[in-house]
Ligand binder design. Structure first.
Ligand SMILES: [Fe+2]
Ligand SMILES: [Fe+2]
Length: 239
């Protein structure tokens, strides 16, 4: 998190909780729309908001798989201690114990694997559930008919994805971000967060960073701005 210098993130990866904060804002808003929807026009509006949320989360998860979990997995630094070998995937509590031991503790490969498996499984589940909600919305819009019952079901699904997303963010910040902090140097992290925030393949490469910025308060916006200066100024970026 922020160090003595309140305008600077200590590690570039500390921008992750800020990005997740932006996701929480869009999730809360969208869920509220779902809870209040009653007409076909409301569903159309909800579909727009949901579409934006899906676009952001799918990009976020895909880039994380590519530039964050991928390199950590491939790196497989040799770890010394810890012999626990249980299949920990999904057992967040046990994973947390290892992480709590701090950087010096080292993580058994099995624990690292469990953290990655969890990240991977949650990304897949999120993707499936988001597509289910999209399909339900499209169905209503296609039928051009909306009932209190269908709205209740849509609302409950939106609540479901929101909770899944919150759980995922919590796990990712506790496990994966800790590994990144310990194992990826500043330049590597700057490359990673730049990819998460700037989409060079898009017509508007700033569609993510501008949105994140718009969801944050002034103090967090200053941290984001400082980080942008840091990654734009980073000279050596891995290809
Ligand atoms: Fe994330
Ligand atoms: Fe993630």
């Amino acid at each position: 998190m922020a160090t003595e210098n309140m305008n600077r993130l200590e590690d570039p990866i500390d921008v992750m909780p800020l990005m997740h904060k932006a996701f929480r804002a869009v999730s809360d808003r969208t869920e509220e729309m779902a809870s209040k929807a009653s007409t076909l026009e409301d569903i159309e509006e909800l579909n727009q908001a949901f579409g934006f949320w899906v676009k952001q989360i799918l990009y976020h998860a895909t880039v994380e798989d590519e530039v964050m979990t991928g390199p950590l997995k491939d790196g497989q630094p040799v770890r010394d201690n810890e012999t626990e070998h249980a299949d920990l995937a999904g057992k967040a509590g046990e994973l947390a114990e290892f992480i709590a031991k701090g950087p010096g503790a080292g993580l058994a490969e099995s624990v690292r694997d469990a953290a990655f498996t969890l990240e991977d499984e949650q990304h897949k589940e999120l993707e499936d559930r988001f597509h289910e909600v999209e399909a339900a919305l499209h169905q209503v819009l296609g039928d051009k008919k909306v009932t209190a019952r269908t709205i209740r079901h849509i609302h409950s699904r939106v609540m479901g994805v929101r909770i899944l997303e919150l759980d995922h963010f919590e796990n990712e910040e506790a496990f994966v971000c800790s590994l990144v902090r310990d194992e990826i140097d500043e330049a590597g992290q700057l490359y990673m967060v730049r990819r998460l925030l700037i989409d060079d393949s898009a017509e508007d490469p700033r569609w993510i960073i501008d949105w994140v910025h718009s969801e944050l308060d002034e103090a967090d916006q200053a941290l984001l701005k400082d980080l942008e200066v840091r990654f734009e100024g980073a000279v050596a970026q891995p290809a």
